[in-house]
Design a protein. Structure first.
Lengths: 161, 424
């Protein structure tokens, strides 16, 4: 795998996340200003940050896979011998991979169904909103796959030694 | 039902992240017993986080991050020191009071623990506090960040059960302060027994100067709570206003924050939000299955089969939640278990706000009980010590919090007094 490509991808995701999270703060703040200071509520300021939040959450979840920051409990495994631990970790990662695969499939179904629905305020195609989950899951799969490959490599070299 | 819960626990034990474990259990269930299109998975997981109130999570995280990056923590500690530093075990008292003040700005226990702990623990080390003692106290006091408003746990609780977040915030105020006082009382006993030194003598002048220095940061909770109580803000809008205020304070008034720090702050907010909301998203699917299978009704029947005495039931629920809290993460409990219990307790005439705050206090205890006690673990990490060191000290402090929980559980006015007085 081309690691500079992955680095660029990660950099890209990080920039997008910064923009999304700034966007959320800005729009909600504008909502307050427009409603109470200018007394002219915005019609889109409830809807837009919600959709930005959906995209931000699933993209950030993908990035969290890269650093293995998702909250898990490893305590139960620490009593097992190291070798067994490695194999269980590998098996757990394969379960996660399968789950993400289901998400991508299920997400693409929903995107197809809702592609032509429009959102109430901004008239955005809802398919665009629902695309966040499958896209996030796909990126998460990519990071996970790299980790699994690395693990397999580590297991093989250990076996040889 | 057993397959659903069983596969979830198996997945958690295998070290699979909680969010994925919830999702895997739900997907397995749908594949085995479901008769609906698989599209429902992605649909529920997306709808589950499509909510305006949930936007308060990144925004309160942002306000907390901005405040601690702007070094307001030192000002808060300075003020707390002037107030209670004189008492025996002065630094322990300062630690608890600072955690309570900071808890009124940030909405998360771990944020509270790291912000206050990184400044307080080195000072406590120098005065001869045992590391296990100070870290146990820090974990417990920090967990008040979720009880004292604002609180991310309460946002999630409000969203999943349809309870007013504003009322939950007001309801959490007295229980949070009361729990803090219980912790201080126990810390005082330790200080007397271990001969821990008091700080500088009390002087009104020092209280005055340190208050002036901390005043603008202490105004944050006033903006948040005041805005929500008077109906000016929703919780989400209050969080945005607090963030804007923190930004102005850090950039223009204190000048401790630079524009260059902002991208990394926003990125960190996005990352933490993603981890939390991915759990909520998966739990929405799980909750959809629970509702479709009428699990809440069945659970209610089960509990009422054991006892229909109101007090016995509350005791039972608290014990159940305390046990779950030792090995499960707070957010997961809130979104899986609480919606199941809520209809049960309200059918017995309990105020949803009372129940919500009770659960929050219970979860604060769970955040300090090993093996899965996120606040205690964070405290030990900040204090560079191990859970083993904290073991002899954590249980008495957990005991003190449990006493507070008993008050909150059996005297509803502790919770309902403020929301009933200010929000009708």
């Amino acid at each position: 795998m081309d690691s500079t490509l992955i680095r660029r991808l990660t950099y890209g995701i990080e920039r997008v996340l910064i923009v999304l999270s700034m966007g959320i703060a800005l729009v909600v703040f504008l909502q307050v200003v427009f409603r109470y200071v200018l007394r002219q509520p915005l019609f889109w300021s409830e809807e837009l940050p919600r959709y930005l939040l959906i995209w931000m959450s699933f993209l950030a979840a993908a990035l969290a896979q890269k650093t293995e920051a998702h909250i898990n409990i490893t305590l139960c495994l620490t009593w097992l011998p190291r070798r067994t631990q490695r194999w269980i970790h590998l098996a757990a990662n394969l379960v996660i991979l399968a789950f993400l695969g289901v998400l991508v499939y299920s997400g693409s179904l929903v995107v197809n169904i809702t592609a032509h629905h429009r959102s109430t305020a901004l008239q955005l195609p809802m398919g665009l909103v629902y695309a966040a989950l499958p896209v996030g899951a796909l990126l998460m799969m990519l990071y996970l796959l790299l980790q699994i490959l690395q693990e397999l490599q580590a297991l093989r070299t250990r076996e040889a030694a | 039902m057993i397959a659903l819960v069983g596969s979830f626990f198996l997945a958690v034990v295998l070290g699979i992240p909680i969010s994925v474990a919830i999702g895997v259990a739900s997907v397995l269930y749908l594949l085995l017993y479901g008769s609906v299109s698989l599209a429902v998975i992605a649909q529920q997981m997306t709808i589950g986080i499509d909510s305006f109130p949930l936007l308060a999570i990144p925004l309160f995280l942002l306000a907390g991050q901005l405040m601690s990056e702007a070094n307001i923590t030192e000002r808060i500690i300075g003020f707390a020191n002037a107030l209670v530093g004189r008492i025996a075990g002065g630094l322990a008292m300062v630690l608890v009071i600072s955690c309570m003040f900071f808890g009124a700005i940030s909405g998360s226990g771990v944020a509270d623990v790291t912000a206050i702990g990184s400044l307080m623990l080195p000072a406590m080390d120098r005065q001869g506090y045992k590391k296990g003692l100070s870290c146990s106290l820090l974990g417990c006091a920090g967990s008040l960040g979720t009880v004292i408003p604002p609180s991310i746990v309460m946002i999630i609780l409000g969203v999943t059960t349809g309870t007013s977040i504003g009322k939950l915030y007001l309801g959490g105020f007295i229980p949070g302060v009361f729990t803090g006082l219980c912790l201080m009382a126990l810390a005082w006993v330790y200080a007397k027994r271990m001969n821990l030194p008091p700080g500088d003598p009390f002087s009104l002048r020092k209280v005055g100067t340190s208050f002036r220095q901390a005043f603008l940061s202490l105004l944050t909770p006033v903006i948040i709570i005041g805005g929500i109580v008077t109906g000016v803000f929703t919780a989400t809008e209050a969080a945005a206003a607090a963030s804007a205020y923190a930004l102005v304070l850090g950039l223009c008034v204190y000048r401790t924050l630079t524009l260059r720090q902002l991208p990394s702050i926003f990125l960190r907010v996005a990352e933490t939000t993603g981890i939390i909301l991915f759990i909520i998203s998966a739990a929405a699917l799980f909750g959809w299955i629970l509702a479709a299978e009428q699990i809440p009704q069945k659970m209610a029947e089960f509990f009422l089969g054991i006892t229909n005495n109101y007090y016995a039931l509350l005791l039972l629920i608290n014990v159940l939640l305390l046990i779950l809290g030792t090995f499960m993460e707070t957010i997961a409990i809130i979104i899986i278990v609480v919606p199941v219990l809520m209809p049960l307790v309200t059918s017995l005439g309990m105020d949803p706000v009372h129940f919500g705050v009770m659960v929050t206090v219970n979860m604060a205890i769970g955040a300090n009980t090993p093996p899965v006690g996120v606040d205690l673990i964070a405290a030990c990490k900040v204090g560079r010590t191990t859970l083993d060191e904290a073991m002899p000290y954590i249980w008495p402090f957990v005991g003190a919090m449990t006493v507070a929980l008993a008050f909150v559980t059996f005297i509803p006015q502790v919770v309902t007094l403020l929301p009933n007085a200010f929000m009708k």
